[in-house]
Design a protein around this ligand. Structure first.
Ligand code: NDP
Ligand SMILES: CC(C)CCC[C@@H](C)[C@H]1CC[C@H]2C3=C(CC[C@]12C)[C@@]1(C)CCC(=O)C[C@@H]1CC3
Length: 345
């Protein structure tokens, strides 16, 4: 294992710090004595201990003031995967990330930790205990994933120890926890509309759902272990809960915890997938007239009906990673954090 260096300057910037993961990152970094800047397109919360810089990461002029005197940059900004806006994904995740790299280099930032995604290797086919050596998806299922691949390649390719700029990518999967605006709220909304009655596939497919505090822990360890000659330089790391669970068991536990019924019927995976493809075709045809954001997308069906869980052995070996919150505890904390989403509340 590499040596963990607590940086002399504990000044960092969290790009996307107003978002779900970003806010949890900020809270933990403050607890650990870091001085924290947040750079985001919006201010998501109030905190006197944080300096906010509001701007677009696609603009170097916006970024530079937020990077002065900063040792580590955590880049966890992205348009929401559900937005399905091809141009926006390219602009922010790909060209925007190139701008972030340039700005970091210009400002003398030494380390960059990117929040990538385990989905960069996912093509809709089963992945069991996948390692970081799996090739990038050749046919990514959606634009979000396509641009996460481009983004990760840019960041890892910019690792340049000779010029004192080190990079690493963290690949979480299915992040959940308090204040998550998508996973639990989408599930509950779908259940409220009576559309969470059916399981896609046979209900046995194992997947990773990763509690947000474990994802944060992985990012901070990566920043502290990232140094010249460490194995982390220019590498990607899966950060998981290390407890794969059947997709529909996880969904059922959260739904039942919030007083909704667990799905009990089953439809074959292929049928659901073709239905979702047909639906996205309709959405495309109707797009000049009306904008529709369907819940039932090919990506979600693929995520709900296939095995896709990943090994975090590399993170254990190179940075001593171990989840800090078990899946049972994580589900309990998450369910308790959404009293307003409980049925009957
Ligand atoms: N959630 C998950 O399950 C997973 C997430 N990831 C990755 O983790 C990261 C964080 O995700 P999450 O916290 O869920 O996402 P959020 O949408 O909650 O947070 C992202 C933040 O970035 C901001 N942002 C978007 N575009 C820009 C821009 N051009 N300039 C500055 N800020 C911008 C967003 O603002 P606004 O809300 O206004 O768009 C938001 O505040 C992302 O990179 C995502 O790809 C990876 C694997 C799984
Ligand atoms: C309607 C149902 C079939 C599924 C409802 C749950 C989903 C909203 C979520 C289950 C797995 C989640 C997930 C993501 C988004 C929300 C889910 C589809 C990501 C696509 C978010 C961005 C990533 O990088 C990968 C995530 C994988 C898991």
């Amino acid at each position: 294992m590499a040596t963990r260096i607590r940086p002399a300057s504990k000044k960092c910037t969290v790009i996307g710090g107003s978002g779900f993961l970003g806010q949890h990152m900020v809270e933990r970094l403050l607890d650990k004595g870091y001085s924290v800047n947040v750079f985001d397109i919006r201010q998501g919360f109030e905190n006197d201990r944080v300096q906010f810089f509001i701007g677009d990461l696609c603009s170097k002029t916006d970024l530079l003031p937020a990077l002065q005197g900063v040792n580590v940059v955590f880049h966890c900004a992205s348009p929401a995967p559900s937005s399905n806006n091809k141009e926006l994904f390219y602009k922010v995740n790909y060209t925007g990330t190139r701008t972030v790299i340039q700005a970091c280099k210009e400002a003398g930032v030494q380390k960059m930790v990117l929040t990538s995604s385990a989905s960069v290797v996912f093509e809709g086919k089963d992945i069991e205990n996948g390692s970081e050596d799996l090739p990038y998806a050749q046919n990514p299922i959606d634009y979000y994933t396509e641009t996460k691949i481009l983004q990760e390649k840019e960041v890892l390719g910019s690792n340049d120890p000779a010029n004192n700029f080190l990079t690493v990518a963290i690949r979480p999967h299915g992040i959940f926890g308090p204040r998550d605006p998508q996973l639990v709220p989408i599930m509950v909304d779908t259940a409220k509309r009576g559309k969470m009655k059916v399981m896609i596939g046979n209900g046995k497919n194992l997947v990773d759902f990763t509690y947000v505090e474990n994802v944060v822990h992985g990012h901070i360890l990566a920043a502290e272990y990232l140094q010249k000659d460490s194995p982390l330089c220019g590498k990607a790391y899966h950060i998981t809960n290390d407890e794969p669970i059947p997709f529909w068991t996880f969904i059922s536990r959260v739904l039942v915890g919030l007083n909704y019924e667990a799905p009990k019927y089953k439809i074959p995976f292929w049928l659901a997938y073709y239905l979702a493809l047909f639906l996205s075709f309709l959405v495309f045809i109707l797009s000049p007239i009306v904008t529709i954001n369907p819940t039932f997308t090919p990506m979600r069906v693929a995520l709900a009906g296939t095995y896709h869980y990943y090994s975090c052995e590399r993170a254990k070996k190179d940075m001593g990673y171990k989840p800090v919150v078990s899946l049972d505890k994580a589900i309990e904390k998450t369910v308790q954090s959404y009293p307003h989403l409980r049925r009957g509340s």
